[in-house]
Design a protein around this ligand. Structure first.
Ligand SMILES: [Zn+2]
Length: 231
């Protein structure tokens, strides 16, 4: 194998390493916390807080009603007991009872409205909770898949790196130096020559250059400077 071919093989491995490394960092960025799950958790926490607040309001409203109903019962007993004979006192008591009844109706309406809100909030918490569970299941399975892919990529990468070491050991160090320098400048240091054309810059190569490239020596494209490799 001539030196251009060796460097071309090295380049193939380098490009494979580069793309594996890109895949690794892409997966690494996807591993970890999920924004959707975190948002769904926050939403559910708020839903629970709202429900708790509403239940508290419901309890207060019910206690208020119980309290008023007890007081009303005492007032009604007194009103209908026949014990009060003074007309003014009776009228006053009647007004008091009427007022308490109106207040009770008002409180019952309020309690009913709160109850409806509690039902809505309960349904909403249940749906948010199931949504969160779905997201968590999806996220966990995605994370597992990504971890598996990551493991495979790391194995592949270490195989490529090993292969690279073996290749490097066989190549003339001076040629490797030229290769590394070109790689820094152009990313691809070696250009394949096909039908007399440099694939690096797509320029037709002079015949003399092609002949030199066929030999063992390292020949660079007169146009783009890449190492020429004739397959
Ligand atoms: Zn070229």
């Amino acid at each position: 194998m001539n030196v251009a071919n060796q460097l071309y093989q090295l380049q193939a491995v380098d490009l494979a390493i580069e793309s594996s490394e890109q895949a690794v960092s892409q997966i690494a960025s996807q591993l970890g916390e999920s924004k959707a799950v975190v948002e769904a958790q926050a939403k559910l926490t708020l839903g629970h807080q709202r429900l708790e607040e509403l239940r508290h309001q419901q309890d207060s409203a019910e206690w208020e009603i119980d309290d008023l109903v007890a007081k009303l019962a005492i007032a009604e007993d007194k009103l209908y007991s026949g014990e009060i004979r003074n007309p003014k006192e009776l009228t006053n008591l009647q007004h008091e009872v009427d007022g308490m009844r109106a207040k009770r109706n008002q409180l019952e309406d309020k309690a009913l409205a709160i109850m409806e809100q509690v039902e809505l909030a309960t349904a909403s918490v249940a749906s948010e909770s199931s949504e969160l569970k779905t997201l968590e299941v999806e996220w966990r399975s995605q994370q597992q898949q990504l971890s598996t892919e990551m493991e495979q990529l790391k194995t592949t990468l270490s195989e490529f790196n090993h292969k690279r070491q073996l290749q490097l050991a066989k190549i003339d160090p001076q040629a490797v130096e030229v290769y590394n320098e070109l790689k820094k400048q152009k990313r691809t240091a070696v250009a394949k020559v096909e039908q007399g054309i440099c694939r690096g810059c797509r320029i037709s190569l002079p015949t003399t250059e092609l002949q030199r490239a066929r030999s063992d020596s390292l020949v660079r494209c007169s146009s783009c400077g890449r190492i020429l490799f004739l397959a």
